[in-house]
Ligand binder design. Structure first.
Ligand SMILES: [Zn+2]
Ligand SMILES: [Zn+2]
Ligand SMILES: [Zn+2]
Length: 150
């Protein structure tokens, strides 16, 4: 691995590819050596665990959305800053879900503010097509991760 680092790259054991060393978190325990998987993979693994999905499913969702927020289309390299949004009517707790009610990846402001607001006023305001499309056919359903909810 030292020879890879000399070239400024490192091998991710999860996505099985060489990536620039700055796309890895370093580990104090390992004397500042990069972790064995890249930041994007670390993030996907954490999200998968919290939301009861497989790593492959989360990976597929990121690819499906091109690492962009499903609403505002902002791009996040490595996926940092994209949250997994789920239906709180199914799983009220923040930051976790049964896995069946996951909707899609959203940036912090779309997730925390916009969607919650829209769900609260839905039916009382003129429907906004962008939000209706997201809620009626969320990326997680479109990408085949979860079944469409009745
Ligand atoms: Zn990786
Ligand atoms: Zn957004
Ligand atoms: Zn749920």
């Amino acid at each position: 691995m030292q020879s890879l680092l000399a070239r400024g790259v490192y091998w991710c054991t999860m996505c099985q590819q060489e990536l620039p060393a700055e796309r890895f978190l370093t580990d104090a325990i390992r004397n500042g050596a990069p972790r064995s998987h890249c930041r994007a993979c670390s993030g996907k693994r954490t999200r998968a665990k919290k939301f009861n999905l497989s790593f492959a499913a989360v990976d597929r969702l990121f690819a499906f959305q091109n690492y962009r927020c499903a609403l505002c289309d902002k791009e996040y390299e490595d996926g940092d800053g994209l949250n997994l949004d789920h239906n709180h009517a199914c799983c009220p707790d923040k930051g976790t879900s049964c896995g069946e009610c996951v909707r899609g990846l959203l940036c912090w402001s779309c997730n925390a503010g916009v969607v919650t607001w829209y769900e609260g006023v839905r039916g009382r305001v003129t429907p906004i097509p962008l939000f209706e499309k997201y809620l009626n056919n969320p990326p997680a359903v479109a990408a085949g991760l979860v079944r469409r909810r009745p």
